[in-house]
Design a protein around this ligand. Structure first.
Ligand SMILES: *Cc1c(COP(=O)(O)O)cnc(C)c1O
Length: 298
């Protein structure tokens, strides 16, 4: 597996008030062209577990544009392991995506489940049946959201400057955010930006996390939704800094960080580092107009 150590790029926000700040971007999007961003960290610990259990296949779940699904397919491919993907939705048109084509090209066997069946993916009885049908497979939940995933995400902290004050991270399942909170040193605070509407449910755990804070207003209509404002932010970000963002997660997080800084809502307290969690292949669903924003993976 060819995984590069991530670098930190520094930028100055273009917005008026924020621009007295310097922001670091931890470029997890650059560690591998396909096993991108936080997905590698969550998978790496799952792969160790699988190895210890003598498994030689990875089985997981995701939608037709899932960053996690394609990262799993490529990781298994590079290990010489098999991969099985359960995909949400049965419709042939919506399931003919570049993401799934890539999964297949890495040898992942895909199975399509209707929404109801997919909804059972975490049920004990469904999982027992899977274990029996795929005895060689280590089962990774959707998004890599398990103990191993969280532990793997903790090691992202090792790539941050030791004096870091704030770490901004986009949230789907919240696994990455929680893993980072687990390992963050001393007074540092993690700022979480749910990419979905009603992200407050992720805050259920916030009470047990004195070092984590959620900002639930930057979902732009919901998961994988976008607005013209968000897309022009992404375009401008690329033009100003040469750094591509993805519209599902990292553009929403960066927009949120700029906005909070502009409103003076991030208190003093050390350097701010934003995690570029990758996911650029997802921009393929936007079609041609943002083609520069998915140069890595499309
Ligand atoms: C999956 C993903 C996230 C969300 O990670 P969670 O651990 O599920 O919260 C954030 N950013 C990108 C680019 C992703 O692909």
């Amino acid at each position: 597996m060819d995984i590069k150590s991530p670098s930190i790029d520094y930028i100055t926000p273009w917005t008026q008030k924020a621009h007295s700040h310097r922001l670091g971007l931890l470029r997890l999007d650059e560690i591998n062209p396909v096993i991108s961003g936080n997905k590698w960290f969550k998978l790496s610990e799952n792969i160790s577990t699988a190895r210890n259990e003598g498994k030689s296949e990875l089985l997981t779940f995701g939608g037709a544009y899932s960053n996690h699904l394609v990262a799993t397919a490529k990781a298994a491919h590079d290990l010489g392991w098999g991969a099985i993907g359960f995909v949400r939705g049965l419709h042939a048109q919506t399931n003919d995506t570049p993401t799934l084509a890539a999964c297949r090209s890495f040898g992942m066997r895909l199975h399509f489940l209707d929404r109801e069946a997919y909804g059972q993916k975490d049920d004990a009885s469904f999982l027992e049946r899977l274990v029996r049908s795929y005895p060689k497979a280590h089962i990774v939940p959707e998004g890599g959201n398990n103990e191993a995933g969280r532990k793997g995400a903790s090691s992202i902290v090792g790539h941050l400057p030791i004096d870091v004050g704030f770490v901004a991270v986009a949230m789907g399942t919240g696994t990455t955010f929680h893993g980072i909170c687990d390992a963050l040193p001393g007074p540092a605070t993690a700022l979480g930006f749910p990419a979905l509407k009603g992200g407050a449910y992720l805050a259920a755990n916030e009470l047990e996390r004195p070092n984590g804070r959620l900002y639930t207003d930057y979902h732009f209509g919901g998961f994988a939704r976008h607005t013209p404002e968000l897309l022009s932010f992404m375009d401008r970000f690329y033009i100003e800094y040469g750094i591509p963002l993805d519209f599902v997660y990292t553009a929403k997080m960066m927009f949120g960080v700029f906005d909070l800084l502009d409103k003076g809502l991030v208190p003093e307290g050390g350097p701010i580092v934003c995690i570029h969690t990758g996911g650029l292949q997802g921009n393929a669903s936007l079609g041609q107009r943002l083609v520069q924003n998915c140069k890595n993976a499309c």
